[in-house]
Design a binder for this molecule. Structure first.
Ligand SMILES: Cc1ncc(COP(=O)(O)O)c(C=O)c1O
Length: 402
C-alpha cells in the first residue's frame, strides 16, 4: 500500500511567499555551471586558484587541533567563536593599524553570512541601503531576499563618488552604506584615502553605519597601502573579513569587527542562524596562524596572482582593439572591462562560449541592471597558458564585433 492510499490524499502543493517565488537564481552560479566543462577557458568564477591551497599544512593543523583540544575541537563552542582565534585576530588586526579588542570580534561562517547578519541587524524589509554602482552581486542577492531597496553611487578610478553618496543619502535616507572598498568585486577598483575619509565623514554626519566588505584587502601586488576604513573610522565602521581568498573558501570562516555593542546584538542573530561557525575549522585556522603559516602563504599567493594579473594586462594590451577600456587593479582577483555602449556583454558571452572562453557579464552587478556593456575577468584562476590563449580568443572576437 502506498502512502497516498494509506492516508487517502495526494501530496499537497506547498505555498511559498511571493517574495521567495520572485527570487532570481544567481547569474554567476548559472554561468559557472556552463563553464565547468574542461575545454572552456574560464575567467568567470570568483574562485581562488585551488593549486595554491596549502593542503599539507591544513592536514597538519587538523591533526594538531584534534590532538591539542581533543573533544573540544569538535564540540559546540561560543557563538562569537573560539577565544584563541579571536585573540589572535584582534592582535593581527591591531598590528595592521585598526585597534581592535577580542570583544570587537565575532567569527562567522564566511563573509556572506556576515553581510546577511549585518543587514538583518541594521534594516527592516522596505528600508534602503546604499551601495557602489556596480557592487558585489552576492550582497544584492541578500538585499533582494531581505526585501531591502538598493540605491547606489557611481564609481571612478578613486572608488565611489562621495558627492553622489551624499545626494543619495539626502534623497533616500539609507540605513547602511555597503562598500567593497579595496580591490572591489567586480571592478578591482580601490577607494582613495581622501574618499575614505569623506565617506566616514558622511556616515558620521548622517548617522549611517559603513559596512566595509574586505575579502581582497590583503592581496595587494603593487602600489601603496591605503589605510583601511576601519583604521580611519574606528567605531563608525563595521568590517567584514574572510579566509576565502587568503586561505581557503571551503573552510567557511570569516569575522566581523565592529563596536562592542553591535557585536552583542549580532551575537543573538548568529545564535539563531547556526549557533556558531564550525568549531574544528576555527581551531584549524587558529593553528595555521599560530604556526606563522598565514603570512608566508599570503605572500606566496600574491606572487602568483600578481604575475597572472601582469600577464593578463599585457595580453589585453596586445589583443584588445581600440575603443575598449579596462581597469588595472593593484590587487585582488578581478579586472573590469568596458565595451563601447552599443555592445552587449551578454551577447558577447554567448559568442565567447562558442570559442570556449567564459567571463561574467556585468549587468547583474548593477542594482538596477541597466548597464549592459561591461564584464568581469578573473585573472587568478586560469593557468598562464590559458590566460594567453583565452585573451587571444577574446581579442579576436572583440575585433570582429567592433
Ligand atoms: C565582496 C565579497 N563579499 C563576500 C564574499 C563571500 O565570501 P565568503 O566565501 O567568505 O562567504 C565574496 C566572495 O566572492 C565577495 O567577493
Amino acid at each position: 500500500m502506498t502512502i497516498d492510499e494509506k492516508i487517502g490524499a495526494a501530496t499537497p502543493k506547498w505555498n511559498y511567499p511571493e517574495h521567495i517565488l520572485s527570487l532570481q537564481p544567481s547569474v554567476i552560479r548559472e554561468i559557472l555551471k556552463l563553464t565547468s566543462r574542461p575545454e572552456i577557458i574560464s575567467f568567470a568564477g570568483g574562485l581562488p586558484d585551488p593549486s595554491l591551497f596549502p593542503l599539507d599544512e591544513i592536514a597538519e593543523s587538523t591533526k594538531r587541533a584534534l590532538q591539542e583540544y581533543k573533544g573540544a575541537a569538535v564540540q559546540y563552542t561560543l557563538t562569537r567563536g573560539i577565544t584563541p582565534l579571536r585573540e589572535l585576530l584582534a592582535k593581527r588586526i591591531s598590528d595592521r593599524g585598526a585597534a581592535t579588542e577580542v570583544a570587537n570580534l565575532l567569527v562567522t561562517s564566511g563573509a556572506q553570512q556576515a553581510v546577511d547578519m549585518v543587514t538583518r541587524v541594521l534594516t527592516e524589509p522596505g528600508d534602503t541601503v546604499l551601495t557602489e554602482y556596480p557592487t558585489y552581486v552576492g550582497a544584492l542577492q541578500i538585499f533582494d531576499y531581505r526585501q531591502i531597496n538598493v540605491v547606489s553611487a557611481e564609481m571612478d578610478e578613486n572608488g565611489v563618488i562621495t558627492d553622489q553618496v551624499e545626494e543619495q543619502i539626502i534623497k533616500h535616507q539609507p540605513k547602511l552604506i555597503y562598500t567593497v572598498s579595496t580591490f572591489q568585486n567586480p571592478t578591482g577598483i580601490s577607494m582613495s584615502e581622501e574618499r575614505r575619509i569623506k565617506l566616514i565623514e558622511l556616515g558620521r554626519k548622517y548617522g549611517i553605519p559603513i559596512v566595509d566588505d574586505t575579502p581582497y584587502n590583503e592581496l595587494r601586488f603593487t602600489g601603496q597601502n591605503i589605510p583601511t576604513l576601519k583604521a580611519l573610522g574606528g567605531d563608525d565602521v563595521i568590517t567584514i573579513h574572510t579566509v576565502a581568498k587568503i586561505l581557503a573558501p571551503g573552510l567557511r570562516l570569516g569575522w566581523i569587527n565592529a563596536r562592542k555593542e553591535f557585536i552583542n546584538v549580532i551575537e543573538k542573530i548568529k545564535q539563531s542562524d547556526d549557533l556558531h561557525a564550525g568549531t574544528l575549522n576555527q581551531y584549524i585556522c587558529h593553528d595555521f596562524c599560530k604556526r606563522g603559516l598565514l603570512e608566508p602563504h599570503i605572500e606566496k599567493i600574491k606572487k602568483h596572482y600578481g604575475a597572472k594579473r601582469n600577464l593578463m594586462l599585457s595580453e589585453i594590451e596586445k589583443q584588445f582593439p581600440a575603443g575598449i577600456k579596462w581597469t588595472k587593479p593593484d590587487g585582488g582577483l578581478f579586472l573590469w572591462v568596458e565595451l563601447p555602449e552599443h555592445l552587449s556583454a551578454r551577447e558577447l558571452l554567448e559568442r565567447a562560449l562558442k570559442k570556449n572562453v567564459a567571463f561574467v557579464y556585468g549587468q547583474p552587478f548593477y542594482p538596477d541592471g541597466s548597464v549592459t556593456n561591461t564584464f568581469r575577468l578573473n585573472f587568478a584562476t586560469a593557468t598562464h597558458e590559458r590566460i594567453v590563449e583565452g585573451i587571444s580568443r577574446l581579442g579576436s572576437l572583440l575585433t570582429e564585433v567592433i
